[in-house]
Write a protein of this length. Structure first.
Length: 257
């Protein structure tokens, strides 16, 4: 992996043209320091050169080995992974797992063995028999609105999920979701999409950081962009924090200014 834009001023020659260790990746993607009431929402997405966030409805075909190593690293650094219900259905989501390579780092940060998964769903149209709900290392959360169907709320709770109300109607208020998770001690937050959920976070100005992998492929077609949904009145400008390259893939990282 070749570093093109250093995270710090301590870049050395031996950090180029080789595979980085997981410790090096963890240091490069470390969350910023958070005060006692602070939280940080980071998104991790992949896009083709022509702007597609998926191929045949899934992100895996446009990803790569190093992208998946970074994906795993970001999960290992997070307190919670926030994901939309459609992405859970399309990508076959499973619980986050404990990884020995990150155990000491998580313990030092006061974190549990693995990140919780928080699923955003207004209808709670989810298969609660899946391992994501029946056998997670830490309980899965379901973020929904106060007017969510009562029978589905009961079904989620019966399956062992923690139902978190983050909206006054049927839907979820993105900014409130961030606060509700932080209030539960889940302050290092990571969202993996899909595009509609990321678009909601962007429109609510709740996103602090974007980690975007640019895949060196063209797909054409009508696939979604990484962010969809309501537009913002004034585009949000972010500042570059890191740029890595490997095998034609660009691994970018932008932060709120």
């Amino acid at each position: 992996m070749r570093r093109l834009f250093p995270v710090t001023d301590q870049t050395s020659a031996d950090q180029t043209d080789r595979e980085w260790s997981l410790d090096e990746l963890a240091e490069a993607y470390e969350y910023p320091g958070l005060g006692p009431d602070g939280h940080w929402l980071r998104a991790n997405m992949v896009s083709t050169l022509d702007g597609a966030a998926q191929h045949d409805g899934r992100s895996q075909p446009i990803s790569g080995e190093t992208d998946m190593r970074i994906f795993g690293t970001l999960r290992a650094l997070a307190d919670v992974v926030v994901v939309g219900a459609e992405t859970v259905r399309q990508e076959g989501y499973r619980p986050a797992r404990a990884r020995e390579a990150f155990a000491a780092r998580r313990a030092a940060a006061g974190q549990g063995p693995a990140a919780a998964i928080a699923v955003v769903s207004a209808s709670l149209d989810l298969d609660f028999s899946l391992p994501l709900f029946t056998s997670p290392l830490v309980p899965t959360l379901v973020l929904t609105g106060a007017a969510a169907p009562a029978d589905r709320v009961a079904e989620a709770a019966k399956a062992g999920a923690q139902v978190v109300v983050a909206g006054d109607g049927t839907g979820v208020d993105p900014a409130r979701a961030v606060r509700e998770l932080a209030d539960r001690g889940l302050r290092r937050q990571l969202t993996e999409g899909g595009p509609r959920l990321l678009g909601q976070f962007v429109a609510a100005d709740a996103l602090d950081e974007l980690c975007l992998t640019i895949s060196p492929v063209l797909t054409a077609g009508d696939a979604q962009r990484i962010s969809g949904g309501p537009s913002v009145t004034v585009p949000h400008r972010l500042a570059p924090a890191c740029l890595l390259e490997e095998a034609g893939f660009l691994f970018t990282r932008y932060r709120r200014i």
